[in-house]
Design a protein around this ligand. Structure first.
Ligand SMILES: NC(=O)c1ccc[n+]([C@@H]2O[C@H](COP(=O)([O-])OP(=O)(O)OC[C@H]3O[C@@H](n4cnc5c(N)ncnc54)[C@H](OP(=O)(O)O)[C@@H]3O)[C@@H](O)[C@H]2O)c1
Length: 279
């Protein structure tokens, strides 16, 4: 299967660039120069969050780049501490102010919070959309049961779910639910936060194709019609990671990569944050 550069939202009007740039650096801060390198390399989908402390750098890079705001798909998130209606609205206002924009393209609940009812949070998320502050809305780090509750409780349709996904993590159940509900799946930690780079199967496929392991891992996601948001602090890698639209993995290669899933594959796992566990 080929992979398109743009993913159409199946449940509502609109689309998003399939390959985005993550902006949560693992150590230290994020400079606007790093985001500028991504925009220069061709990324038009940028993923940030109030929690990352990177919204200001993202906004600055967008302004300096000269790329029109409308050409960029910008995502931010409301942190799990701020899921009560009043806190939620305040967090969205703070995000827009830090980014220096009037709206985001996608607004996500960053993590569920077992202490705060979704019946309070989902209307607050829908309200941000109705106020024109977010073109699309969605959730991150929700399991299947929470996703289904969220959809039922939300007065506006959800467009996307963001969750960890890469060859070491089986996400077949969540992916099936996302497809059933006509959402786009956005894969975070698509490179397994660096864990994939020593993998012999990925290295073999990369070697045969004259590609990097990162390119193979990203292509594997894109060929499933999934969006991916890799991060790198290095301009050369940022550009290389974007160069994944000119080759196609065979069915045999896709299956070999899918077979790499393992029970300890998850890398982002704050204890107890997801009520009921991941599945
Ligand atoms: N919603 C959520 O809860 C959530 C959670 C986690 C992440 N995210 C989002 O997902 C984004 C990506 O996740 P992530 O940054 O944790 O993990 P990742 O993208 O899977 O991996 C990033 C790591 O891979 C390295 N890397 C990148 N390209 C490389 C290449 N071509 N060759 C070798 N090494 C390479 C980077 O190091 P260098 O910098 O040295 O290149 C960095 O250490 C985040 O930035 C954030 O926007 C969302």
């Amino acid at each position: 299967m080929s992979a398109s550069t743009n993913l159409v939202f199946p449940g509502e009007a609109g689309s998003m660039p399939a390959l985005g740039f993550g902006t949560s650096p693992m150590t230290g801060g994020l400079s606007a120069d790093t985001v500028a390198a991504a925009l220069k390399a061709g990324y038009r989908h940028i993923d940030t969050a109030r929690k990352y402390g990177t919204e200001r750098a993202v906004g600055e890079a967008i302004r300096v780049s000269g790329v029109p705001r409308n050409d960029i798909f910008l995502t931010t998130k409301v942190s799990h501490e701020n899921l009560r209606a009043g806190d939620f609205a305040k967090s969205v206002d703070e995000s827009l102010a830090a980014l220096g924009v009037d709206y985001v393209d996608l607004l996500l609940i960053h993590w569920p919070n077992p202490e705060i009812a979704l019946s309070e949070t989902m209307p607050a998320l829908a309200k941000a959309k109705r106020r024109g502050l977010a073109r699309h809305i969605g959730v991150a780090n929700f399991n299947v049961a929470l996703l289904e509750q969220a959809i039922k409780l939300c007065p506006e349709p959800l467009a996307a779910l963001q969750a960890e996904y890469h060859p070491y993590l089986d996400q077949s159940k969540l992916l099936a639910a996302v497809r059933e509900h006509k959402l786009v799946f956005i894969a975070y930690c698509p490179l397994g936060r660096g864990r994939l780079f020593g993998d012999p199967v990925l290295a073999e496929i990369a070697g045969q194709r004259g590609r990097s392991v990162a390119q193979i891992a990203l292509r594997w996601l894109l060929q499933q019609n999934i969006a991916a948001i890799p991060f790198s602090s290095k301009p050369q890698r940022i550009a290389d990671n974007f160069n994944v639209f000119d080759f196609i993995l065979t069915d045999v290669e896709m299956k070999r990569i899918a077979a790499l899933k393992r029970s300890d594959g998850r890398v982002a796992n704050p204890a107890g944050r997801v009520p009921g566990g991941w599945d």
